[in-house]
Design a protein around this ligand. Structure first.
Ligand SMILES: Cc1cc2nc3c(=O)[nH]c(=O)nc-3n(C[C@H](O)[C@H](O)[C@H](O)COP(=O)(O)OP(=O)(O)OC[C@H]3O[C@@H](n4cnc5c(N)ncnc54)[C@H](O)[C@@H]3O)c2cc1C
Length: 250
């Protein structure tokens, strides 16, 4: 049995949206996750909708009041962010830690958002800096809202956030089995102005999770696995939060 019944490469967003509503349709950004999944399931009878000719690339910045808004098209590759000087250092660092270089040239920002992986440190970075995402080039939704609700249907078309202000501070801490391993728990701290900070965690819930105050740590209920039990992950979250608080308040 073939696992792929059809391959479509739509030339516009509307065409892609129409095809995506078909039975067994699967959207492909970079395909790093989808292709292995499709190939490992020979009876899936998938119709692939490849977004590579729809556009949705490019990183632009524009002034909004006295702030700079940076917009990244969903089909931008992770490697595009690393090479772009408008992207804050924190996000470039997270991109380079997220995937090996061969996959970074393939994996897209849209795929990373739509996948909503609990372990994505890049998605966690976007969450920490209050990014917003856009579905089908229409409404902007705070990333936090998107992650906390069930996944909407539709094509993710872009993500945007405000560039660093003068008082901006950020940091990243993580614990993994080895420095090269996907972190068991990681934390991105972000402070827009002195005194206030928030922390976004991976590895403590089904999606990256934002914490605004230390007492919210008690509400975490992580799923344990072979790398760390639920209690261990909660303990790590509390240790990482303390490290970030010290760094942010220094
Ligand atoms: C060897 C390997 C290591 C990996 N390591 C990590 C890791 O350390 N951390 C991590 O978080 N992930 C990891 N991944 C998973 C994966 O590479 C990332 O999630 C990647 O960023 C997905 O991007 P993509 O463009 O390749 O997505 P795709 O595989 O193309 O798609 C992923 C999902 O998003 C949907 N999708 C894609 N684009 C859009 C869009 N524009 N709008 C709506 N839906 C869309 C697809 O239908 C699919 O459900 C790894 C994968 C591999 C193969």
């Amino acid at each position: 049995m073939p696992s792929v019944l059809a391959y479509h490469r739509p030339q516009s967003l509307d065409e892609a949206q129409k095809l995506a509503s078909g039975k067994n349709a699967v959207l492909i950004g970079g395909g790093t996750l989808v292709i292995p999944e499709v190939l490992s399931n020979p009876s899936s009878e998938t119709e692939i909708i490849d977004l590579q000719s729809v556009g949705l690339t490019g990183i632009t910045s524009e002034n909004e009041g006295n702030e700079t808004s940076i917009k990244i098209g969903a089909m931008s590759r992770l490697s595009d962010l690393i090479n772009n000087e408008n992207i804050p250092h924190l996000l470039r660092e997270l991109c380079s830690k997220e995937l090996p270089s061969t996959l970074r040239t393939q994996a897209t920002i849209g795929g990373t958002i739509a996948e909503r992986s609990s372990e994505s440190i890049l998605l966690s970075g976007f969450l920490a800096i209050n990014a917003e995402i856009q579905i089908h080039e229409k409404n902007w939704i705070p990333l936090n809202e998107y992650l906390q609700s069930s996944p909407p249907t539709g094509i993710v078309t872009a993500i945007k956030f405000f560039g660093p202000s003068d008082e901006f501070k950020s940091c990243f801490h993580s614990v993994g089995r080895t420095p090269m391993d996907v972190p068991i728990v990681s934390a991105v701290g972000y402070s827009k102005s002195k005194g206030n900070f928030q922390v976004s965690f991976t590895g403590v819930a089904e999606v990256p999770t934002l914490i605004n105050a230390s007492d919210e740590l008690a509400n975490l209920n992580p799923q344990g696995d072979f790398r760390g039990s639920s209690d261990y992950r909660k303990h790590l979250a509390s240790v990482l939060y303390t490290r970030i608080a010290q760094e942010m308040q220094a």
